[in-house]
Design a protein around this ligand. Structure first.
Ligand code: FA5
Length: 346
């Protein structure tokens, strides 16, 4: 081999090392291939023995320069991983693994999912609304004028947030504002449910909380009537509680529906026989939701002609459904997240 051939081989080795060093190749392999006992560069350097002293000096300097580069590259990579290696050796893979607690969905989420499934079967789609709501959507567009006495039924937490348009903000008291937001966004026919948290300035007891969950449902089309509402709610309740569940409707008042109703379900705890029942107080019925036929003013506020379109709407408390589904007689249990209790539920 003459010196030109030697230089070319050195160039090939440098090229091969460069491409290997840029890939994720194993460092021991790299080391052995180039600078190990039978490595390509080691063998090439040995060839220098047959060259004249001046050539040997010149070529040797180039060869050693590449050798040092490869050796220090391999060393630096080995140092980088040495910490991991030690750690690795510390692991005893024969030890039994740590016991992790099995998690589960929260009872409120499970209940909500069941409710959503039933309404999806009935052709309803889901919309979400903001928790911090404008007074306009929460009250005014729903036919609560600024001094309407029905606002007192839903006292809430007002926010000191005035924007440039001087809007009043509050924590929404019900999911009904989603009726307005959706009707402004879409054209009829609409079949929508909207679940989420709502807030009220209210005393807490076994069936009331100041933060709770509701699900709104509404249907707007031509010729929608109270009969459609009753059929939809009865189908839903029977699917949820079983065909033996008894449901009763009674008149109620909400400014955004006319006529308005409330739906109650028979008490699964005492069947109406126990005056001290914490859930129905012996009445045998538990209020589950408010409902009614949409007020013409609400339709007008959303740009719909009440002579052409009509709709029904309802709003249900999810915690009440969870209580009956899981046999809990106090909704506070749902928020305490005491594992001893949650384990009994599932
Ligand atoms: C409303 O909130 C109306 N937006 C419902 C409605 C929608 C009527 C559409 C007409 C048309 P109400 O305040 O009654 O109504 O609440 C509805 C349901 O939420 C109640 O039936 C009850 O199940 C639940 N609920 C009410 N207050 C509480 C509370 N403090 N804690 C837990 N659940 C509650």
């Amino acid at each position: 081999m003459d010196s030109n051939e030697w230089i070319k081989k050195l160039g090939d080795i440098a090229e091969a090392f460069k491409s290997f060093s840029e890939s994720n190749v194993d460092i021991t392999f790299l080391e052995e291939r180039f600078v190990g006992k039978r490595g390509e560069l080691t063998l090439l350097l040995r060839e220098l023995g047959s060259f004249k002293p001046e050539e040997k000096k010149l070529l040797g300097a180039k060869g050693n320069e590449l050798k040092n580069k490869i050796v220090s590259f391999c060393e630096s990579k080995k140092n980088l991983f040495s910490g991991f290696k030690e750690y690795h050796y510390d692991i005893d893979i024969t030890l039994p693994s740590k016991k992790y607690n099995q998690s589960n969905l929260h009872p409120i989420t499970i209940t909500l999912n069941r409710i959503i499934d039933i309404f999806q079967k009935l052709g309803f789609s889901i919309e979400w609304g903001p928790l911090v709501e404008e007074d306009y959507y929460n009250f005014e567009a729903l036919n609560f004028s600024p001094d309407h006495p029905a606002r007192d039924m839903q006292d809430t937490f007002y926010l000191d947030l005035k924007d440039d348009k001087n809007k009043n903000y509050l924590l929404r008291t019900h999911t009904s504002p989603v009726q307005i937001r959706s009707m402004l966004k879409y054209k009829p026919p609409l079949r929508i449910i909207s679940p989420g948290k709502v807030f009220r300035s209210e005393a807490i007891d076994s069936t009331h909380s100041f933060v709770f969950n509701q699900i709104e449902g509404f249907y707007v089309d031509k010729n929608v009537s109270m009969a459609d509402l009753k059929w939809t709610l009865e189908s839903f309740m029977k699917d949820f509680f079983g065909s033996s569940a008894k449901i009763r409707f009674s008149p109620s008042y909400f400014p955004f529906v006319e006529p308005g109703a409330q739906a109650e379900v028979s008490c699964v705890f005492c069947g109406g026989t126990d005056k001290s029942c914490r859930v129905c107080h012996g009445s045998g019925w538990i209020e589950m939701l408010g409902a009614g036929v949409m007020h013409p003013n609400v339709l007008k506020n959303c740009g719909y002609d009440p002579n052409e379109f009509s709709g029904f709407a309802f709003g249900a408390g999810i915690e009440r459904f969870a209580m009956l589904l899981l046999g809990i007689d106090d909704l506070r249990v749902l928020y305490e997240n005491d594992l001893r209790v949650l384990r009994q539920i599932f």
